[in-house]
Write a protein of this length. Structure first.
Length: 260
């Protein structure tokens, strides 16, 4: 059983990844894809979500036969329990041991590299309020010189198009602008979708100019700050930022930059 209500206890970026994972798992707007769901739940877990790790365990325990791995499921249930998940212990299968986790989530991220995200299909299945938000992004992105797919992908990664989202660091609205960024780009009403989106697009335009149109670096800077990207001479070695860039480019249908 998927506890849809649990996702609203998390920070907006985590909520976004959990909602998108649920869409992939249940086939809502997307072709049903348990591997993609695992990858998105992994990203939620990487950001600190016990629910993300719990859902990985549930798929590995009860999902498609070709993915089932009871010992690995136990390991994820144990990880979720350590992070405070209330139901994880009850799902632990005492008849089998725990597999070693190694690098959390293993190769699940491959689904965000080799796979395809049906952006239009996903947007067709969101709520009417969120479709209006996506329509605003489509309407205004070109006037800022921002690729509409990147703009939509950032909005999906940041808040899943939730105009009322607030993060623990007080990032606000659809594209999760902190107060300092709101001031820089003239956003006076952060919970008004159009005002917030236009501020987010202005920031993306500014980052695009700063990083020579490299959308991977733009996404990294949107997540970690332009200073961090410049300091490291590329995508910073922060796991959350690397996962964020991968997720944004995947939603947008762009290839990941080659390593090295």
């Amino acid at each position: 059983m998927v506890r849809a209500e649990a996702i609203h206890e998390e920070a907006p970026r985590i909520v976004a990844a959990l909602e998108q994972g649920l869409a992939a798992e249940m086939g809502v707007g997307l072709k049903k894809d348990a591997r993609l769901a695992l990858a998105l739940y992994c990203d939620a877990g990487t950001m600190g979500s016990a629910e993300g790790f719990f859902r990985i365990g549930r798929i590995l325990a009860q999902g498609p036969v070709f993915l089932r791995n009871p010992a690995l499921a136990n390991a994820y249930f144990a990880l979720a329990a350590r992070l405070g998940h209330r139901d994880a212990v009850d799902h632990h299968d005492e008849s089998v041991g725990n597999a070693p986790l190694g690098d959390d989530c293993g190769n699940f991220e491959a689904s965000l590299v080799a796979g395809h995200f049906d952006l239009d299909g996903y947007l067709s299945a969101v709520s009417p309020a969120k479709r209006k938000v996506s329509d605003l992004i489509r309407r205004h992105a070109a006037s800022y010189g921002v690729d509409v797919r990147i703009a939509l992908a950032v909005a999906l990664a940041e808040s899943n198009l939730n105009s009322q989202a607030v993060s623990p660091k007080n990032a606000q609205g659809v594209m999760q602008l902190i107060p300092g960024t709101q001031e820089r780009f003239g956003v006076r009403h952060p919970f008004d979708p159009q005002s917030n989106i236009m501020g987010g697009l202005a920031y993306l335009k500014w980052l695009k100019a700063r990083f020579g149109g490299d959308w991977a670096l733009v996404a990294a800077a949107y997540n970690a700050g332009e200073g961090a990207v410049e300091r490291y001479g590329g995508i910073p070695p922060f796991r959350e930022t690397q996962a964020y860039v991968r997720r944004v480019l995947f939603f947008a249908g762009f290839a990941l930059p080659k390593k090295g």
